[in-house]
Design a protein around this ligand. Structure first.
Ligand SMILES: *Cc1c(COP(=O)(O)O)cnc(C)c1O
Length: 342
């Protein structure tokens, strides 16, 4: 085990608990490329059912899940519309363009994370030999920790459908959104043709995402998964972790949200820190330039890890299952020491 640190960089750092490791070690396995790993099939159908879709596909990462969604919805020369800040546009090495020959059409994200409906409409192209074919609208929920307003999703999806576009939701943290809003995850997934969900973030599994959608779409994605090298063998040990996470680690996301709120409230007390945004399990903090670098170093020296710009100005703190209320309190104590409060 690593030295004990309070690691607020991301909810991806969560490690499988002793109980999760137990179900993993006891898992019955088969060869999933042959369709013989029963736990993987169970995980796929469990998530499909929860999301109200026909089928699911277990994949190694959220990046691959989004890539397979883009490539299943779009052909070469098609175009997908996504937020300028969307993970599938910004943080996936341009996979849709590189591997799928799918042109991204980014649109600015508004402060609340949405894409303005007028902006979406403005970039949907008519059928003309000059243009790429507009094919897909991809949204993200939560985005940077923010939950998309529900009325908004209906409107955005309706515009896409009116123009004959398919829709994909990058729901890496869709369970955070559902818990924060007190709605079933199915309700948030319902408007979309496909949804990608991460098991390896706040849900605490070590590896894995699941893409859900229609039988036809998932059939395509299954072939593409093989093509990009994502066909895996005895995945039952990972599916067991995923099933455990769905059973035990969904409702408790509310604790992460409460911890993030407490963290934001605590950090807001210091004049040199400005809370830019605090929602679900993420807190974005702007540190005054006069202290930013020293503050970032002080946190590191006290084994408190956060995501930060190189100059320490903008920080992202993420709460998750491996940083409890006591860790938040301790972190706030260290922050207080920096500002000579404690
Ligand atoms: C983490 C994340 C992904 C995928 O991440 P992987 O590290 O590839 O599993 C996709 N979308 C969003 C919004 C994410 O936060």
């Amino acid at each position: 085990m690593n030295a004990v640190v309070n690691d607020f960089r991301s909810d991806t750092v969560t490690r499988p608990s002793a109980q999760m490791r137990q179900v993993m070690s006891a898992a019955e396995v088969g060869d999933d490329v042959y369709g013989e790993d029963l736990l993987t099939a169970q995980l796929e159908s469990e998530l499909a059912a929860r999301m109200g879709k026909e089928a699911g596909l277990f994949v190694p990462s959220g990046t691959q899940s989004n890539l397979l969604a883009l490539m299943s919805h779009c052909a070469r020369g098609d175009e997908y519309i996504a937020g300028q800040d969307a993970h599938c546009y910004q943080f996936e090495a341009g996979g849709g363009a590189v591997l799928g020959s799918i042109q991204p059409q980014p649109v600015p994200n508004q402060p609340d994370g949405t894409l303005a409906i007028a902006d979406i409409e403005a970039v949907i192209k008519v059928d003309d030999i000059h243009f790429a074919r507009s094919k897909l609208l991809a949204l993200e929920n939560t985005i940077g920790g923010r939950v998309l307003p529900e009325g908004y999703v209906q409107k955005a999806v309706a515009v896409a459908r009116d123009h004959g576009l398919c829709t994909h939701l990058d729901g890496a943290r869709i369970f955070n959104a559902a818990v924060a809003q007190g709605v079933a995850v199915r309700q948030l997934a319902e408007p979309f043709d496909s949804v990608s969900v991460c098991l390896s973030k706040g849900l605490g599994a070590p590896i894995g995402s699941v893409l859900v959608g229609s039988e036809a779409l998932i059939g395509k994605a299954r072939r593409l998964r093989k093509m990009v090298g994502g066909g895996m063998r005895q995945t039952g040990i990972l599916a067991a972790a995923g099933l455990y996470a769905l059973e035990h680690n969904v409702d408790r996301l509310a604790e992460d949200h409460a911890n993030a709120a407490a963290l934001a409230a605590g950090l807001a007390k210091f004049d040199a820190l400005t809370i830019v945004m605090a929602e679900t399990n993420m807190v974005w903090v702007e540190a005054n330039p006069s202290i930013a670098k020293d503050f970032a170093k002080f946190l590191r020296d006290h084994k408190i890890l956060v995501h930060g710009r190189y100059d320490g100005g903008r920080q992202r703190w993420v709460t998750h299952l491996d940083v409890d209320a006591a860790a938040v309190e301790q972190a706030l104590h260290v922050v207080g020491q920096f500002f000579n409060y404690a």
